[in-house]
Ligand binder design. Structure first.
Ligand code: UDP
Ligand code: MG
Length: 307
């Protein structure tokens, strides 16, 4: 018999929790195997914790990990992974954008011997701009990354315990779970689904945090931006060298001397812009190195209930 762990990060989801509980119970009833649900309270300041406590008191299969403050979605998932005891661990959002009804299908693939079952969003119910941004992000990271990161695959996934062990041993602080999952290898398979709208409330991850996560993904899984700096430098150097030769030629062999400060200013500005851009790219890596070397714990637990 297999044990399943379902890890769900929760940040101010008081409106969704009862429905989440209800739908999880329906789905897990069809699994015919024991399971635990790890609700990670990422520093909620609404009634989420009280509601989770109620759920736990009635049904101890629901366990709670409560952070001392808000540490972020990816960190909450990581904490859940650290505590999960299941032979297979399912990661899903707590806002019902990831339909729990997909669980049986994921479990079936796992029983067929797949170590990772990830889900691919075939459609999403979000604003046009957001959809466009997500599309662009997945394509950029797909083309830049040194590992094959599947497109449109988010956190919603099932992981075999061997993969969970790998993720637990990855020490990085800048965590981009979808990338780390792809990096781990093993036998992976994707299934398609349609991403629902949020059940209630508005997204906790505002645009700045999504951008931060996107940058984490790109800079932790690719050195291409750094190489881009070299390419840009070479390109500018080559162009200016060619330009210099041309000016020299015009001066020595023709009577059309080249004048004008506009061209001087423009080239100075251009090179300045390139330098700032590449410095910024280097800065992105350095700030991530800085985060890593501080070696602070990834999260702080305030309460552990049911473990
Ligand atoms: N979440 C979290 N910590 C945060 C932000 C969000 O644990 O700082 C949870 C949130 O409660 C939800 C899931 O992570 O269960 C996804 O969050 P959200 O819906 O805001 O993200 P999006 O769907 O926009 O990516
Ligand atoms: Mg959501």
């Amino acid at each position: 018999m297999a044990l399943y762990s379902i890890v769900i990060p929760i940040y101010n989801e008081e409106q969704t929790l009862p429905e989440l509980h209800h739908r999880l119970l329906n789905v897990t009833a069809s699994l015919h195997d024991p399971y635990e649900v790890i609700l990670v309270d990422d520093g909620s300041d609404d009634r989420s914790f009280a509601l989770m406590k109620e759920i736990h008191d009635k049904d101890p299969r629901f366990k709670i990990l409560r952070f001392s403050r808000n540490f972020g979605h990816q960190v909450a998932i990581s904490a859940g992974l650290d505590m999960a005891e299941g032979d297979a661990v399912i990661l899903m959002d707590g806002d019902l954008q990831d339909p729990p009804e997909l669980l049986p299908q994921m479990v079936a693939h796992w029983k067929d011997g797949y170590h990772v079952v990830y889900t691919v969003k075939k459609s999403r119910k979000e604003s046009r701009l957001k959809r466009l941004a997500f599309r662009a992000f997945y394509r950029i990271i797909h083309s830049l990354s040194s590992v094959e990161i599947p497109m449109d695959a988010g956190n919603f996934s099932l992981l075999d315990k061997s993969v969970v062990a790998v993720l637990r041993n990855m020490p990085e602080r800048n965590r981009y779970i979808s990338g780390m999952r792809a990096w781990s290898g093993f036998r992976q398979i994707g299934i398609n689904y349609h991403r629902e709208a949020r059940f209630a409330g508005s997204p906790q991850m505002g645009l700045p945090r999504l951008i931060h996560l996107a940058l984490d993904g790109i800079f932790s899984f690719s050195n291409v931006p750094l190489r881009l700096a070299i390419l840009l430098g070479l390109l500018v150097a080559f162009l200016s060298f060619a330009g210099g030769l041309f000016v020299l030629y015009a001066k020595l062999f023709t009577d059309k001397a080249i004048l004008g400060w506009a061209s001087t200013i423009l080239s100075v500005l251009f090179v300045g812009g390139m330098i700032l851009l590449t410095l910024g790219v280097i800065g992105e890596y350095i700030s991530r190195i800085y985060e890593e070397v501080k070696r602070r714990p990834l999260y702080i637990i305030r309460d552990k209930i049911g473990f």
